[in-house]
Structure formats: C-alpha cells, structure tokens
Design a binder for this molecule. Structure first.
Ligand code: C5P
Length: 218
C-alpha cells in the first residue's frame, strides 16, 4: 500500500507585535485554510495545519500547530516542508514587522512613527527546494488581479495560485463565498463566481490531483 500523501496547509493571519499590547495584522479569519484541511482529511491526506491566530476550531484528524508571527510560521513550515508532498500557503502573512518591538507598552505621544522591516517570503523561500512538491499560493489584490497574480505565480515558483479581488465594498475576509480565478503555471485560467469556501477547497484538491497525475505520467 502506498503511504498517504502529506499536505502542509497554512492559514489565518500572522500578528507582529509592536509592544506587548499592540500588533500589526489583517482581517483574515483563516476559514479557507481550515476548509482545505477538512477537504484534505476527507481525501485521505495526512494533514499538517499551521495556523496563525483565528477563532476557528481545528478540524479532526489533522496535526495542528498554532503560531503567532511570520517568523514562527516560516520556522514551522521549514520544519515540516521536507515530509510534505504539497504546500498550500493560504495564510495572510504579514509582510512587515516592527524593527524594534518594545518590551514595555509604548506611551502615547503625537506624532508617532514606526519603523518596519520586511518579513521573509515563506513561499518564495520554500520554492527554492521545491523538488517534486506541489506549491499553491493565494493572492488578494485590489487592482490588476490577473496580472499581479501571474507575477506572484512566477516569482514564487508556484504550480497554481488562487487570486481574488477586493475593494472596500467587497471584503472577502470572513465571507462564506468568494469569487476568484485560479491561474496555473501552464497558462490556464479558471474563473469561479460566488463559490463557497467549502466548494473551493474541493476545486483546489481536484486541481492538485490533476497536477499529481501529470507529474507521475511525465
Ligand atoms: O502577500 P502576497 O500577496 O505576496 O501573498 C501571496 C502568497 O504568498 C500567499 O500564498 C501567501 O501565503 C504567501 N506569502 C508568504 N510569505 C510572505 C507573504 C506572502 O509565503 N511573507
């Protein structure tokens, strides 16, 4: 019997503290990552779910690891990447962190400026040792959706990317349904309108199956 495939899924936001009581983050709820984990379990994958802070209950039968910051997420992804056949980065990773997080609460004074430094790009780093693994990314854009998503697909060495557009009236965070476009490295584009995150998880794993079959036929 062949051993089950291992999928590593990241989800949720990351938090970057500027002092012990304040942090920089985004409104990600983590829902899509948890749906992906659920779908993967139902397809007999061995699932490792690495999650930033969310209010969700982890699905049954997954190895669940909770992290807070991007650096913790990177370290944990790095720890499990070797055993993974597939990495899905659904996390809304904070691109910046405070250059000098304070150990004491910052006292209010006006104006205040904050120095930020770039966080590492986890996907881009992992793609350097991609091997035969399948890498999947997400992109949330406010303009030039397909153009920007394609650039990320190439830059981060992905097999495919799930891109959705947002504006102030159409925030995807926490919604149960989204509209998105899946763009793969072969140039295919698939538009999905108003699909539930549960169904989207199924579409993503169907795509992973197709790519796996293509790899084994090659
Ligand atoms: O933030 P960005 O639009 O570049 O995110 C695109 C993809 O890259 C997402 O899948 C996200 O999880 C991943 N990412 C990452 N490390 C970062 C920023 C984003 O792995 N520092």
């Amino acid at each position: 019997m062949t051993p089950p495939k291992v999928v590593l899924i990241t989800s949720g936001p990351t938090w970057e503290f500027i002092d012990p009581v304040r942090f920089i983050s985004n409104p990600s709820t983590g829902r899509i990552g948890y749906e992906l984990a659920r779908e993967a379990v139902s397809r007999n994958f061995r699932v490792i779910l690495i999650s930033g802070p969310t209010r969700l209950i982890p699905p049954k039968n997954v190895r669940f690891i909770s992290v807070v910051t991007t650096l913790e997420m990177r370290k944990t992804v790095g720890r499990f990447f070797k055993q993974a056949d597939c990495l899905i980065m659904a996390a809304a990773v904070s691109d910046y962190r405070a250059a000098n997080p304070r150990t004491q609460k910052i006292k209010i004074k006006q104006p205040m400026s904050l120095k930020l430094v770039r966080n590492p790009d986890i996907l881009q780093k992992m793609s350097k040792n991609k091997g035969k693994r399948i890498l999947v990314g997400f992109a949330l854009e406010t303009r030039d959706l397909v153009k920007n998503a394609r650039l990320k697909l190439d830059k981060k060495g992905l097999d495919f990317i799930v891109a959705n557009k947002t504006d102030i009236r159409q925030m995807p965070f926490g919604n149960n349904k989204i509209s998105c476009v899946i763009i793969d490295k072969f140039g295919n584009e698939k538009k999905l309108k108003n699909i539930s995150k549960r169904k989207l998880a199924g579409v993503i794993f169907d795509k992973i199956d197709t790519i796996t079959q293509r790899h084994s036929a090659a």
